[in-house]
Write a protein of this length. Structure first.
Length: 220
């Protein structure tokens, strides 16, 4: 039986949200033109549309374990994340890409703790092995904030890996595309953004809600 929670949620959508946004949905039925691609973790606690208060059609979202962007590998294998990135950049022509990490990321923790496989296929283990490329950026693994630094490092690594895609690097170089990094605190709601000059993460806004830092990555 279809989950009652979803049925009730859909009823609420029909009664409240859909009537007020009917015109917007009618427009979206013709085409979508999101300006921002968000690459985030598939963790149920991290919903980009909620964090950024975005409406239908405003964000193109790719979610996977640990918000990993693999390097560009046109080898004929099945690359779901890379395919979605290609579509967002080449077809939808987004203007911004945001790699969004988060606190208490299970994928990062699984890599750091060398977690046992959940099945013989070990799909998760093979996927999070890609986190290894970011390990050197995180520093001392015995430090109490190591997992947080690993989460930040994975955001930075994914940003670097995006530039291995020729069509992304070209657009960054000519100014058509900007790449940003961010990290969301699940418990406190604090959004950190990556400073492109230092690589450090700082609050996106101050106590008054004013933006603090520029966030776009430079292409060397």
């Amino acid at each position: 039986m279809f989950p009652e929670f979803l049925t009730e949620g859909y009823r609420a959508f029909l009664a409240d949200r859909f009537p007020t946004e009917r015109r917007r949905f009618a427009q979206l039925a013709q085409s979508q033109e999101p300006q921002i691609l968000v690459i985030s973790c598939c963790d149920s606690r991290v919903a980009p549309e909620a964090i950024f208060d975005a409406g239908p059609g405003e964000l193109f979202v790719i979610r996977n374990v640990a918000n990993i962007v693999p390097t560009y590998e046109p080898d004929g294998a099945y690359h779901g994340t890379s395919a979605a990135i290609e579509f967002a950049v080449q077809a939808l022509e987004v203007k911004h890409i945001v790699v969004l990490g988060h606190a208490t990321c299970g994928g990062i923790k699984a890599f750091a703790n060398k977690a046992a496989p959940l099945s013989s296929s070990n799909f998760i283990g093979k996927w999070v092995s890609l986190v290894g490329a970011a390990e050197a950026k995180a520093g001392d693994s015995s430090a109490p904030d190591y997992l947080t630094r690993m989460e930040h490092a994975m955001v930075s690594q994914s940003m670097e890996n995006l530039l291995s895609f020729p069509f992304i690097k070209e657009r960054v170089e000519d100014g058509r595309l900007n790449i940003h990094g961010a990290h969301f605190g699940v418990a406190n709601g604090v959004l950190l953004v990556r400073n492109p000059e230092t690589g450090d993460f700082h609050p996106a806004v101050d106590d008054t809600g004013r933006k603090i830092l520029p966030t776009a990555v430079a292409c060397d």
